[in-house]
Design a protein around this ligand. Sequence first.
Ligand SMILES: O=P(O)(O)O[C@H]1O[C@H](CO)[C@@H](O)[C@H]1O
Ligand SMILES: [Mn+2]
Ligand SMILES: [Mn+2]
Length: 398
Amino acid sequence: MSRAILIVLDSFGIGQAPDASAFGDEGADTFGHIRAACARGTGDRTGLRVGPLHLPNLERLGLLAAAGLPGPDAVAGGLTGSAAEISRGKDTPSGHWEIAGVPVLFDWGTFPRTIPTFPEALIEAIRDDTGIPGILGDCHASGTDIIAEFGEASIRSGRPIVYTSSDSVLQIAAHETHFGLERLYDLCRAARRHVDALNIGRVIARPFTGEDATSFRRTANRRDYSVPPPEATLLDRAVEAGRRVIAIGKIGDIFAHRGVSEVRKGDGNMALFDAMMAALPDANAGDLVFANFVDFDMLYGHRRDVPGYAAALEAFDRRLPELIAALRPGDLAIVTADHGCDPTWKGTDHTRECVPILAFGPGIAARDIGRRSTFADIGASVAAHLDLPPGRHGRSFL
Ligand SMILES: O=P(O)(O)O[C@H]1O[C@H](CO)[C@@H](O)[C@H]1O
Ligand SMILES: [Mn+2]
Ligand SMILES: [Mn+2]
């Protein structure tokens, strides 16, 4: 039994999923394309990183084999494989819920690629509830671009910026002090109530600071208001069995805080790594530490920033030995991902990809677990490891 540490590198896909063509993502490969770009020298950025992608610790855990790339055998041991997704969407909640044993087999609601994108009645209802003078944006957009475009007007007019993407999201950006952080959260909670009927997965608060387009920065006070998963997840089963589920980063938000005993946040991947390491001594036998590393997706995948993504992977890799050293006999750690977000791909959206499964810990012998047909095998394995009742989906690879 002992503990399970489940680590999602947000958007770290390892190549096109079997159904990628249905998403326009045939050929997408987050890891493979970053690696190839770095090998060619197009992953360099002065002062950040240069040269071939250097991930010795992930490679020792079998990352190359998991991605079907030639390389040395997994020398540090561990289970190595990959998984395809059966959920209909390539979004964050779908990926995480499927990992936790609950694939999303219904269609999320999304907003049309028209301007305006949001139904008038929806915006009216939110205005009536909250008293905001109106909205800016009202379109599909990249979150950083739209703050640069409308941030100053938002400060002047008191109108929040409301936008979406191809995901099932309604995002609201507003200034942390001029608009007010708590007011933004209240606004998002009101919006959440009104988008339930449209089957929208998340309302996301996107606070920013700065006074003009050149200085606007989104802050770590992002908050996601998710619908709860449609059935009990691995997290629910753990908490019901009296176990502790320590959620690192945005995991709590993704599961609408159901099946979460404690939330620990961090501003950026390294602070999240610190939070995860600090959680380990607090986790007892049978407990689950579940961490999401969001920068890969939010700062580099969506921004189509190859050197940034590569540097973030290398920074994560450099810290892996700390985690490995902190594992106790009987612990199981799994590194995986929730979808792809190939920084060399067209557009700014996620990509439909398979994800790596690197499962390791003292006493876990090296073995190829092949291509799993659903991310739910990950949750099934964690459940088996922690002696929790199985869910309806997935088969343990332990
Ligand atoms: O462009 P930003 O605001 O980062 O938005 C991205 O973040 C959202 C939630 O993860 C996704 O739907 C994607 O559109
Ligand atoms: Mn994600
Ligand atoms: Mn994303």
